[in-house]
Ligand binder design. Sequence first.
Ligand code: XMP
Length: 339
Amino acid sequence: MDNRYFGVPTAALVEQKERERNSFNPATYVSETVAALKTGLGQDKVVLGLSGGVDSSVSAVLLHRAIGANLHCIFVDTGLMRKNEYEEVIGSYKGLGLNVIGVRAGDKFLGDLAGVTDPEQKRKIIGRDFIEVFDEEAQKLHSIKWLAQGTIYPDIAESFAAHKPGVAVKSHHNVGGLPEKMNLSIVEPLRMLFKDEVRRVGRELGMSSEMLGRHPFPGPGLGIRVLGEVTPGRIAILQEADKIFIDALRAEGLYNKVWQAGVMLLPVQSVGVENGARTYENAVALRVVNSVDAMTATVVHLPWEFLARVSTDIMNGVKGVNRVTYDISAKPPATIEWE
Ligand code: XMP
């Protein structure tokens, strides 16, 4: 069995990875990996959690090519996703021929988050709920041997760093947790790849540039972009504002030029005026950053006219928002997400 996709990375493999970085060939990677997965997995059943993100999606398509219907994917609707995201993403997964089970679990997540305002506590609840929902679905599949994960090389480097005392800034809900709970063997077909290599592998597998070009999105989703208490009403307000912003970035040809963009709903109300009457509504912050590895990030200087237009569209189009701000904080000392 090839250690590259199964088990713990050895120092020798890491060294080999550094040497190979410049000569990476996606076609060779796909054929070698598919062959290794076929041999290593045989007729075993594998379960994989899809998030809608690039890494889990490319992992799924690669594994599907190797083992076909023995790959079972689970896609959990946490109720904390972008507007219409669940429906759109599950549709494109089915279009790729993947065997996907969709689980609508929004009520559970939102119920457990009621009354909680502390960011770390929110992250822990969302992480725990995700594991519970995923595990329950996986149990129904019977005789699963493997858990596949979309881990990539920087995740390994980051979780090594996170084990050093004092450096874990936020508990990321998708690293760790599941493997301990499920007691399955782990297969991670992208574990030695950098992000750009993952995208090239995806392209080689025939995946759409829309799916491969998706911005990073945090596992805990809008749960950590609604600051303060997460309620269905506040999620809905944020979904509307976020949709206006992301659609505008796409229409302006800016989406593919930036690393990540989103909106935060602030735990702040302010006074405004509408049709001559006083309002007392919510404020949002738009956030757009460029980055290479998410460890540092710079603020994107969006055109002022564009920002002004989005601001007007959000205030006019989203009931409950009467103030729009633009976050100009670099990482460090800020982080990309506010919580
Ligand atoms: P921060 O906020 O730490 O975020 O500067 C760095 C990058 O990671 C994303 N992020 C997460 N991704 N699970 C994820 O998969 C998480 O729990 C999580 N928290 C933050 C964030 O969106 C940014 O791209």
